[in-house]
Design a protein around this ligand. Structure first.
Ligand code: GMT
Length: 375
């Protein structure tokens, strides 16, 4: 199949999922065309059946806002015609589903009928898409997609509750390529972050308010009072500066490493003893899954789709949003019992294997077949 994948090319979860899916589909013999404004960060190199087409938005003084969706829909039309692309798979409703639908209509005018699959990722529904300024356009784009998928059952329910959706929503969970996780890293790389006797606690996100970054710091504050440890914070975003001040106020600056965005998260996770994800809302929690496949137990909130990934008392522990005391207590329970910790690590990996790429990618292929029939 010749498939166009439209996504955000950044470190965000939806872009990562879209990129990994494209690579997996290419490995299974499909021809993949990534169409976005920058080469996706997880797309290290382009092979024979992976193409990247950059969307350019020319600057023009008259425009206060440059019209990206216009440029994207035009690019989609051109690339579909040039490469005989057969299907559009757009990740994140805003504005990708909207632009995809416009491209579909323009192509229809030229006698080309192409199906569009839209994958909802979370914030496009629960935070941004739900805003009254966007809601009519998001509802329209979902209803005009040939097939809609969501990354968790929780997100499916949220979409049905928040929007007047007339389409069936198919749940296809996010995934992980377990074959990539059999690596061993040397101890000296771990020692760059912490001493042998210190535990490494990790958090990875885009540092937005929804991630409850101050809770991450407060949980760690309580952990390090009991157990020698370091906090490794990976990512960039608006809450980072406040987190740095908070660490200073709490007197733990020397125990917290802010690493910024990284393309080496697997290396960092392979040294980690515990992962913190106390988010306000999370449609899935891909970062938790990436931690789990690296054998890192997860202390998280019990919001949104997280309970579909992290199993309480097995792969980690879940608590109510904001319950920093309980999260710290659970973290200490795991870290202070070496045998129990090992069991949690083993379970984390076992739990992640449920989401192996080999099980999930065929579900997308089946959805594509369904889209062809529906169009
Ligand atoms: O986590 C973010 O804020 C980024 C966002 C995105 O769209 O890139 O992530 C969402 O999609 C991920 C991939 O499907 C999910 O794992 C995240 O849970 C989801 N984030 C939220 O719902 C807040």
């Amino acid at each position: 199949m010749k498939i166009a994948i439209v996504c955000y090319p950044t470190f965000g979860g939806s872009g990562v999922v879209a990129t990994e899916l494209g690579i997996a589909l290419a490995n299974r013999g499909h021809e993949i065309h990534f169409i976005t404004y920058k080469q996706p960060v997880r797309l290290a190199f382009l092979t024979g059946n992976i193409h990247f087409h950059e969307v350019h938005v020319p600057e023009y003084d008259l425009f206060h806002y440059q019209p990206y969706e216009l440029a994207l829909s035009s690019k989609l039309v051109d690339m579909v015609k040039l490469y005989n692309i057969e299907l559009l798979h757009v990740h994140y409703a805003i504005p990708h589903a909207y632009a995809g639908y416009m491209a579909k209509k323009m192509l229809q005018e030229e006698g080309i009928n192409i199906p569009m699959v839209t994958t909802l990722h979370g914030t496009d529904i629960t935070l941004v898409g739900n805003h009254p300024f966007y809601k009519p356009a998001v509802t329209f784009s979902i209803n005009k997609s040939d097939v809609v998928t969501s990354v968790s059952e929780s997100l499916r329910k949220d979409t049905m509750r928040l929007f007047n959706v007339k389409r069936e929503i198919n749940v296809i969970p996010n995934f992980i390529d377990s074959a990539k996780y059999n690596h061993e890293f040397t101890d000296c790389q771990r020692e760059m972050m912490a001493n042998k006797e210190e535990k490494i606690i990790t958090h990875i996100s885009n540092f937005r308010e929804v991630k409850r970054i101050p809770d991450v710091v407060k949980i760690f504050y309580k952990i390090q009072q009991q157990i020698p440890s370091k906090l490794v914070m990976v990512g960039e975003g608006p809450e980072k500066e406040y987190a740095e001040y908070l660490c200073d106020d709490l007197g733990i600056t020397d125990k917290v490493l802010f690493l910024g965005n990284s393309t080496e998260i697997d290396k960092i996770l392979s040294f980690s003893d515990l992962f913190l994800l106390p988010s306000e809302t999370e449609s899935f929690g891909l970062a938790a899954l990436e931690a789990m496949i690296n054998g890192v137990p997860v202390i998280s909130s019990n919001t949104g789709g997280i309970p579909e990934v992290n199993t309480h008392g097995f792969t980690g522990y879940l608590s109510n949003v904001g319950d920093v005391d309980e999260m710290a207590k659970n973290a200490l329970k795991i870290l202070s019992d070496p045998e129990g910790h090992l069991k949690f690590k083993e379970n984390a990996r076992k739990g992640a294997l449920k989401f192996d790429i080999e099980k999930v990618v065929p579900l997308y292929e089946a959805i594509y077949q369904k889209a062809f029939i529906l169009v």
